[in-house]
Design a protein around this ligand. Structure first.
Ligand SMILES: O=c1[nH]c(=O)c2[nH]c(=O)[nH]c2[nH]1
Length: 295
């Protein structure tokens, strides 16, 4: 015998660019460039077990609502606001749907020139948010960033680790530390209910990550993870938990001795794979249980 397990469905990667015309400083346009995902769940067993689509709001309709809502909300809207509105729409308008998950990745654009309508795509990071709207459990918001590549050319050591018969790694008192930061911060339920200045929170979170990375002398990437997580909790009182994923972008000093050249921390091979992957969570002492927030 078999049975249906957990399931959800929706539209992935709905690409949407909203131009808030003249809404910026000196009448400049403001751009929100998004990759939106919707995922609905609830009383949907029939669709899998009998083929009845009576409760299946087409993913095509979900995609259409994404574009329509961007127009309806208008203006320079934070991705979190959009996620809460969109999720609430599906749960309140479709009786079988009890939970909606909305993800928004936001790509930044930097103004170019003075006319207010020219922009260059900002490649430094992607802003992220995942909103869950659940008919019973309420609304959760997890925001953050990904693809933020950072490097310290010194101020990092790695030594004192156990050595077994497979250990060849040389201890180092001075190495390059580089990573691509994925950070996600979970907002406190009461903050979500009261309303958050989402854009200000994002700016504060990004600054906390960058400033901590630059200011922290480390003996491991694990130590950097905890430092960044703590700094985010300090900077964002509305946040109760941070989850971080830090790939170790290894840089190997190239042996140039065969060519009669010394190499005193100058020429490195930028490793691609494999890479170390350091992951962890940092929580406020009073963080409530996450419930569905990370689903
Ligand atoms: O910061 C590090 N943490 C590790 O766990 C590890 N392991 C390794 O080989 N190099 C490193 N660097």
């Amino acid at each position: 015998m078999v049975q249906l397990g957990g399931n959800r469905y929706g539209k992935a990667e709905v690409r949407l660019v909203h131009v808030a015309r003249g809404a910026g400083a000196s009448g400049a346009d403001l751009i929100r460039d998004w990759n939106v995902g919707t995922s609905l769940s609830g009383d949907l067993a029939d669709s899998h077990l009998t083929g009845s689509n009576a409760k299946v709001l087409p993913t095509d309709s979900q995609k259409n609502k994404v574009y329509a809502l961007a127009r309806e909300l208008g203006g320079d809207v934070a991705p979190e606001v959009f996620g809460v509105e969109l999720g609430s729409f599906f749960v309140s308008s479709q009786e079988p749907i009890t939970r909606a998950r909305v993800s928004v990745d936001e790509y930044g654009w930097t103004p170019v020139g003075a006319a207010g309508y020219s922009f260059a795509r900002a490649g430094d990071l992607v802003r992220t948010t995942v909103v869950h709207v659940d008919a019973a459990a309420g609304t959760t918001v997890v925001s953050g960033l990904k693809d933020l590549v950072v490097m310290n050319t010194t101020a990092s050591e790695f030594w004192g680790y156990p050595k077994d018969r497979y250990t060849t790694l040389a201890e180092t008192r001075d190495r390059i530390l580089a990573t691509s930061v994925t950070a996600a911060w979970r907002f406190r339920p009461e903050a979500v209910a009261a309303g958050v200045d989402w854009d200000a929170a994002f700016r504060a979170g990004k600054s906390a990550v960058l400033e901590t990375f630059a200011a922290t002398y480390t003996y491991s990437l694990q130590q950097m993870l905890y430092a960044i997580g703590s700094a985010l909790l300090d900077a964002l009182p509305a946040v109760c938990e941070v989850r971080l994923s830090l790939p170790n972008k290894h840089h190997y000093l190239v042996d140039l001795a065969p060519f009669g050249l010394a190499n005193d921390r100058e020429v490195y091979l930028a490793g691609d794979r494999p890479y170390g992957l350091i992951e962890g969570a940092v929580l406020a002492d009073d963080a409530p249980e996450p419930g569905i927030a990370w689903d």
